[in-house]
Design a protein around this ligand. Structure first.
Ligand code: GAL
Length: 710
């Protein structure tokens, strides 16, 4: 398994390190410290263009080759960045047309990174030139195992630009999509405010205007902008595949933060890598959700450097970040905990950002493995060294294992763009937060979750959650119908099927094309101001542990054959359904007409678990996070204590912990931020049989080990 750091050799030469006589003398010192910590890979060079090519056509890759040679001698492999995230100053001076223009018509100037428009022909040309030169110089270096294309694509709000070349490509994209101007006018609904055009060339880019643009145009614009970034990534990937076919390509993505389609982007890559932020303020369920989103981006065709099937964490923060209001130190043990959390959810490579706090530039107070003084006497270095050794022990057992989920949450970028960038019934609805309510409930009950887009094959999932697919394409609705028909359990919510892919509202009732699947029709919806609440009362077997509120949005539902599970208890729609279930084909479709607080979603998952025969991975105290990586004949459980205090576990079967080598029986106090990696080896199963008579608590699928709360 690859374990490493992000290293910037250019930061550690004279005058910042080394001496005038031996400017690079720090490099071997760093390499030795890396080796001691178990490092076997580094990422290099993702912003180095201006150093590789200080003047146009004058290349100097020698310094990087010397660094790579040293790594190679030490047996440390290299992921090399293509340096296009930071165009050199001379390029922007010579070709200012590469600089991105924003919606106000303002240029985003040179002098930092990401100052390029991905529609620029000149930028494509220069990208190919630097890539060819880079591959010529370093692409066949024995240490090279992967390319990272660009860096943080779309970051710093560079997902869209409004340049003249963008306008040209936008019109070509529209032409390819609609073929005729008449169809474009109809499908984009340009009769509204009579904005019809007579030529494709007259369709505006959605720049700053007196009021909001046509929503259909905005969603198309976001699709087009996403396709632009993916095309730029694909162009680099294709060139690299052509020149170095054996070297896989990746990019450092963030969990669906940026406004491009991450699933499309992942298709352009051989494997997905992500940036992860271990900060003390982040909740474990939120981090876990991000990791599962990223793991789910590429479910097939993964090609990692060592042939493993997961994803990489190419920037796991080694300490504090520098972009919060207050960048507090990361507490002892937390980086280790978060690293194991990433591995537990499928990571098969982890690199820390960054090896050493830079003495120069805008990230100098970012937490590093080493501080400015370069000494290894740091808390972070000790912790990472410990993790390095743990990973060495774990790696052979993890090889080839994967996370398997029976539950899936749907996520649609197009829907997200529609919700964020077009006028909505309420400004207080937040798609990501709504998803998190479902995710947290599943996470807290230790039920593994995949994410998928609505167009994927969902047949393998027992339950599919589809929160607020407000923009739902007709084809997507058909797939959901089929999923239920064939026996699946679909859980949808308010704010579903209000518009189709053309942003046209249905004339056949909401949720469009699915009213028969849910056995209801939403007649009206009542967005509630913050602080206002309705209340829900439940019928039958729904296990309500609290008085659950209805918040933010209340659908007024006319049942048409569905079973009513819960009703509103206030206002003129008191007594009307708020939650329903419908048998359709061989499956069922559950509908939640409102939003509630977290405890409702916990109850919902308890109810669904019984309904669908879902089991938690293990029975443990609520505060312990459990994940499972498995392959034929091997199941490895990760238990993480995210608390600042110890948590007592009871083992009803002896369990072997890979990290400590201990076998646990009876009770064990898991320390604050503690991690256990447990397996089910045959000899332990044997021993477990002896204990079976005394086991009082069983959990999970029949064969899952039983651990119970104290
Ligand atoms: C990453 C980026 C790094 C660094 C970091 C700061 O996305 O790749 O270069 O800037 O963010 O959070």
């Amino acid at each position: 398994m690859y374990f490493g750091v992000d290293y910037y050799p250019e930061h550690w030469v004279f005058p910042y390190a080394g001496t005038a006589e031996e400017p690079e003398s720090r490099w071997p010192v760093d390499i030795q410290l890396m080796l001691d910590a178990g490092v076997n890979v580094v990422r290099l060079g993702e912003f180095a263009w201006g150093l590789y090519e200080p003047e146009e056509g004058k290349f100097n890759f020698d310094w990087m080759r010397r660094a790579m040679d040293l790594f190679n001698e030490a047996g440390i492999k290299v992921v090399l960045g293509t340096p296009t995230a930071a165009p050199p100053i001379w390029l922007a001076r010579k070709h200012p047309e590469i600089l991105p223009i924003d919606a106000h018509g303002q240029i985003k100037h040179e002098g930092t990174r990401r100052a390029y428009c991905a529609n620029s022909d000149v930028y494509w040309e220069y990208t190919q030139k630097i890539l060819r030169a880079l591959v010529g110089a370093l692409g066949h270096h024995p240490a090279l195992i992967a390319w990272q294309i660009d860096n943080g694509i779309g970051g710093h709000n560079t997902e869209t630009s409004f340049n003249e070349e963008t306008r040209r490509d936008w019109h070509a994209w529209l032409k390819a999509k609609y073929e005729t101007v008449a169809r474009l006018n109809d499908m984009l609904g340009l009769s509204f405010w009579s904005q019809r055009v007579t030529r494709f060339e007259d369709v505006p880019m959605p720049r700053q205007t007196p009021t909001v643009h046509n929503p259909a145009l905005i969603v198309d614009w976001m699709r087009f902008s996403s396709d632009t970034l993916v095309a730029y990534m694909r162009m680099q990937a294709q060139l690299l595949h052509e020149l170095t076919p054996s070297i896989p390509v990746t990019n450092n993505l963030r969990a669906l933060w940026r406004s491009f389609d991450h699933f499309d982007m992942a298709e352009a890559l051989d494997f997905v890598s992500l940036d992860s932020n271990a900060t003390i303020n982040t909740k474990s369920a939120e981090l876990a959700c991000e990791i599962d989103m990223m793991r789910s981006l590429k479910k097939q065709g993964v090609r990692t450097p060592d042939g493993d099937c997961g994803f990489w964490v190419i920037e796991q923060k080694a300490g504090n970040v520098n972009w919060q209001d207050v960048n507090s130190l990361v507490r002892p043990g937390v980086v280790r905990l978060f690293t194991h959390q990433l591995i537990s959810r499928g990571a098969c490579g982890v690199l820390y950002f960054l090896w050493r706090q830079p003495r120069i530039g805008s990230e100098k107070f970012y937490g590093g493995v080493l501080g400015h003084d370069g000494s290894a006497e740091t808390r972070a270095y000790r912790e990472i060294k410990q993790i390095g050794h743990e990973i060495k022990r774990l790696a052979p057992f993890l090889k080839g294992t994967r996370v398997v989920a029976d539950v899936c949450i749907l996520y649609s970028h197009e829907n997200d763009w529609s919700l964020r960038f077009t006028t909505q019934p309420t400004q207080h609805f937040h798609y990501r937060e709504h998803i998190q309510l479902f995710y947290t409930a599943l996470h807290d009950k230790n039920i593994p979750v995949d994410f998928a887009r609505p167009t994927e094959d969902l047949s393998r999932y027992k339950i599919v959650f589809a929160p607020s697919l407000s923009l739902l394409a007709c084809g997507e609705a058909d797939l959901l119908r089929m999923y239920v028909q064939n026996g699946g359990t679909l859980v949808s919510t308010f704010n579903t099927g209000l518009v189709d892919e053309h942003h046209i509202a249905p004339d056949s009732g909401y949720p469009h094309d699915l009213t028969d699947v849910f056995g209801l029709e939403v007649r009206e919806f009542d967005p509630l101001p913050p602080g206002e609440q309705n209340h829900l009362t439940f019928r039958g077997a729904f296990p309500a542990t609290h008085l659950h509120p209805g918040k933010l949005w209340c659908d007024i539902i006319e049942p048409k054959g569905c079973q009513v599970i819960g009703v509103y208890s206030k206002d003129f729609y008191s007594g009307k359904p708020a939650m329903t279930m419908n048998q359709y084909g061989n499956g069922r479709a559950v509908y939640l007409g409102t939003m509630s607080d977290q405890p409702f979603y916990h109850d919902l998952v308890t109810w669904l678990r019984n309904l669908c025969g879902l089991h938690p991975l293990l029975k443990v105290p609520d505060t312990i996070e459990v994940s499972l990586r498995e392959k034929e004949g091997q199941r490895i459980f990760f238990l993480l204590n995210h608390q600042n205090s110890p948590v007592r576990l009871h083992f009803y079967k002896p369990m072997h912990d890979f990290l400590s080598g201990n076998t646990f029986t009876g009770s064990y106090d898991m320390p604050p931020h503690g991690v256990l990696v447990l397996d089910e080896q045959p000899e332990h199963r044997q021993a477990a049989a002896e204990h079976a008579k005394t086991a009082t608590v069983h959990s999970g699928q029949g064969s899952a080990p039983a651990i119970a709360a104290g």
